[in-house]
Every structure is written in structure tokens, then in C-alpha cells.
Ligand binder design. Structure first.
Ligand code: PRP
Ligand code: ZN
Length: 285
């Protein structure tokens, strides 16, 4: 039987979340990051644990069919692959950073400077766009220590919480690109593999939609119901069921996480009581 091979980061910022999205899709596998490959029990998928920097190359060569990496890594490696989907997690910035005590007036300050980065292609393109000529040097890891040991004037590296920069006496001065985890694939998948990928995408989308929404149930007296129904969106329309108590109803609906507190305030003011809010596991529309 055909299996789709997915490459994910072995250890790092993306590993855990890449695995959890697969698990939330209802796909189970024995999770041992000591092993290079894990076969899934209930879905035709095989997981390869690799260094994120190597993943675009392996997918381009067809060693793996699909992969999950940061957009920054995908762009940097300049491999012939197809972007399938942004995944919405592990959001970060690729930024220029300089020693904390120094001033910064804009990217032109980087003119003629020695800059250490693991993303030379992206950075060179950024400098070119900004008409800056700088000395860009590639280092594969621990870029943040370069200024402190006199190896570079500035760095360009991934920032998510910012604690790595702070810990090394640096400050973020310019955002070169924003990035998040992406799913991508070999340019031309055979039909059987494409069908498996389509199923996987369908599951990921329903997991992501569910994450962004909550299920809400509340009680309301008859004279509040119309007003509450106006406030609640709902996938189609909210469900209204009579309660055992006369003139009281139970109303249930789906609301977006973003509007959550706003809606709660409004329906409370309209007379809702006993409001329950629950996470949704999957949403198939
Ligand atoms: C990046 C970067 C820093 C860290 C920044 O590494 O190189 O080490 O994340 O995160 P912070 O702002 O939360 O402190 P990444 O996870 O991309 O790993 P890699 O370079 O080893 O692939
Ligand atoms: Zn890496």
C-alpha cells in the first residue's frame, strides 16, 4: 500500500507542535524521536525526523513527499518544492539584531558591516532591496554569540520570545521577514500520494477551524431569546430548545475565539444565564 512520507524537525521550535497537529488529526504513531522513522498505525503516513535545514532538500529530492518547516527555512533553501499550506503555529520573525548599547537609525546603518546569519540568501536579498552592501557571513548555529566574541557587528536570526537576544546582550532592530510553520510537498506527487495528502489537509483544516472556535450553551428567558439570537452567529443558526421550566430556553451555538469575550458580555447583558463554553475537537463544514 502507498504511504506518504512526512519530514518534520527532529528537535527544536517546531517539533512538538508538528507532532501535535498530526495527533490532533487522529493519526497515531509511536513517538520516539530517537528513531529516524515512525510508521503511523491508522493512516498511510510515515514520519521522518530530520534537521529542519535538511528538510526542503529531502522533499525536493523526493526522499520525503511532504515536510513541515518554518517559512524562513523553506525560503532560504531555494529548493523546487510546492507550498501546500501555512499552518498558523510557531510564528516568529527573522530579524536584524545589534549589541544593546548601540544606536540604530535604519537598515543603512548596516552598510559595510560584518553580519552573521544562518539565512544568507534571505538577508542578501533584503539588503539588495534596501540598497545596502554588507558583509554577510553564514554560520550554521549559535549565531547570537557572534557579536559578543567579536566575530560580527550584527546578526540576523530567528526571534520568537526574544529571550535568546536578551540573554546575549542584543536588541532586535529590524524585521527582515515574518514566518510561521508551513506544510509543503514535492512538486509532482503521484495520484495515490496526492489523495493521501488531500485527506491530511482536510483533517488539518478541520482541526485548525475547531481551534479557532468554541461551542457555547446558555439558558435564557423567553423575552431575551430574540436579542441573544441576534448576537450569536452560529454555523447555520443557533439551536434553541425549551427547558423543563416554563418560558426558559437553552440556546447553543459556535463562536469565534476572537470575538469571544465581546459576545459573552453582550449575551450576559441581554439576560443569558448558566453560560457554558466548550472547546471543539473537529469542525467539518
Ligand atoms: C531560533 C534562534 C534562537 C531561538 C530564538 O532557533 O536561532 O536560538 O530560535 O528564540 P527566542 O526568541 O524565543 O529566544 P531555531 O528554533 O530556529 O532553531 P535552529 O536554528 O537550531 O534550527
Ligand atoms: Zn535549524
Amino acid at each position: 500500500m502507498t504511504t506518504l512520507r512526512l519530514a518534520i524537525q527532529k528537535s527544536g521550535r517546531l517539533s512538538e507542535k508538528s507532532l501535535s497537529i498530526i495527533k490532533e488529526c487522529g493519526i497515531s504513531f509511536r513517538n520516539s524521536s530517537k528513531k529516524l522513522v515512525a510508521k503511523c498505525d491508522n493512516f498511510p503516513l510515515e514520519i521522518l525526523y530530520l534537521r529542519d535545514d535538511d528538510i526542503p532538500g529531502y522533499v525536493a529530492d523526493g526522499v520525503a513527499d511532504i515536510g513541515i518547516v518554518g517559512e524562513n527555512v523553506l525560503l532560504e533553501k531555494e529548493k523546487q518544492v510546492a507550498l501546500v499550506k501555512k499552518l498558523g503555529f510557531s510564528k516568529c520573525r527573522l530579524s536584524l539584531a545589534i549589541p544593546r548599547g548601540q544606536n540604530y537609525n535604519g537598515v543603512s546603518d548596516m552598510q559595510g558591516k560584518y553580519i552573521a546569519t544562518s539565512y544568507p540568501n534571505i538577508l542578501k536579498a533584503y539588503f539588495k532591496d534596501n540598497n545596502v552592501t554588507a558583509d554577510v557571513h553564514e554560520i550554521s548555529g549559535s549565531v547570537e554569540i557572534a557579536p559578543g566574541i567579536g566575530l560580527a557587528d550584527a546578526i540576523c536570526d530567528i526571534v520568537s520570545t526574544g529571550s535568546t537576544l536578551i540573554g546575549n546582550g542584543l536588541k532586535e532592530v529590524d524585521v527582515v521577514m515574518r514566518s510561521e510553520a508551513v506544510l509543503f510537498s514535492t512538486e509532482q506527487l503521484i495520484a495515490e500520494k496526492q489523495a493521501i495528502l488531500d485527506q491530511l489537509i482536510f483533517r488539518i483544516e478541520s482541526v485548525n477551524k475547531a481551534r479557532k472556535n468554541k461551542y457555547i450553551v446558555l439558558n435564557a428567558p423567553i423575552n431575551s431569546v430574540t436579542q441573544i439570537l441576534d448576537i450569536l452567529p452560529g454555523m447555520k443558526s443557533p439551536t434553541v430548545t425549551p427547558l423543563a421550566e416554563d418560558d426558559w430556553f437553552s440556546v447553543s451555538s459556535v463562536i469565534a475565539e476572537d470575538d469571544f469575550w465581546d459576545i459573552i458580555e453582550q449575551i450576559k447583558a441581554a439576560g443569558a444565564e448558566g453560560i457554558l463554553v466548550m472547546p471543539i475537537e473537529k469542525m467539518i463544514l
